[in-house]
Design a protein around this ligand. Structure first.
Ligand code: ZN
Length: 233
């Protein structure tokens, strides 16, 4: 379901400075013009071509190996079987953050996301010590919500812990809140319970995380604080 025709992401050669990027787009545009000749002839706008070029077989959106979307995160790649390449927010608007709890240790979650048989991943994992790992780039679709539409429109954040364990450490709440605030700022997502939801609130979800001990009032207060701090007011 998430096969990668071109194998792993292309090499780092095309992800240097802006000059290299401009060159890359030019080269790919030429490829698209060949591949989509009919559409191009029909007058498909260049902007539209830029949005669809990566869908062509063997063409991959440039990604810098090890790059993260949140400066406080470390990168560990999830297995490519556990997410889907996309070009968000251009192809799918991002308007939700989905909060999860792992039901296991940090290391077991890392192992699961690296396992191609797991068939699931999240963009981020926040540990009980506040450590954050990113596994899937935000432009891509991670399989975390158990609902295709919600996967496509959301960023998924896992938290180390158990639904039945009331001891979510404050350092974890705060680290997660800084991350969520940044995501909300980046995609203009309102900081409220309509747009920041639990996995259990995803339509059709059969998961109960983050569970009754997740302190939503506290968490949203922290997200708002972090958002205000980021804006400098
Ligand atoms: Zn979940």
């Amino acid at each position: 379901m998430t096969t990668k025709p071109g194998g792993p992401a292309r090499g780092p050669g095309q992800s240097g400075g802006s000059g290299a990027q401009t060159q890359g787009i030019g080269r790919r545009t030429a490829v698209i013009a060949g591949g989509l000749g009919v559409l191009a002839a029909a007058g498909l706008a260049m902007e539209e071509l830029r949005r669809v070029w990566w869908r062509l077989p063997g063409i991959d959106k440039p990604r810098t190996p090890g790059a993260v979307d949140f400066s406080g995160a470390a990168w560990t790649a999830a297995s490519p079987a556990n997410w889907r390449r996309a070009d968000r927010p251009d192809d799918y608007a991002i308007d939700r953050v989905v909060i999860h709890v792992t039901q296991g240790s940090y290391r077991s979650a890392v192992r699961a996301f690296q396992d191609p048989q797991h068939r699931a991943s999240a963009h981020y994992l926040v540990g009980r010590d506040g450590h954050i790992t990113q596994f899937v780039r935000e432009l891509d679709v991670a399989f975390h919500a158990g609902n295709r539409g919600y996967n496509e429109r959301s960023v998924g954040i896992e938290h180390e812990g158990y639904v039945t364990d009331p001891s979510f450490p404050d350092v974890m709440y705060r680290a997660s809140a800084r991350l969520t605030a940044r995501i909300c700022g980046r995609y203009d997502i309102p900081v409220d319970r309509t747009h920041i939801i639990g996995h259990s609130e995803v339509p059709g979800a059969d998961h109960t995380d983050p569970g009754p001990h997740w302190d939503w009032d506290h968490y949203l207060r922290l997200v708002r604080q972090a958002a205000d701090a980021a804006r400098g007011d």
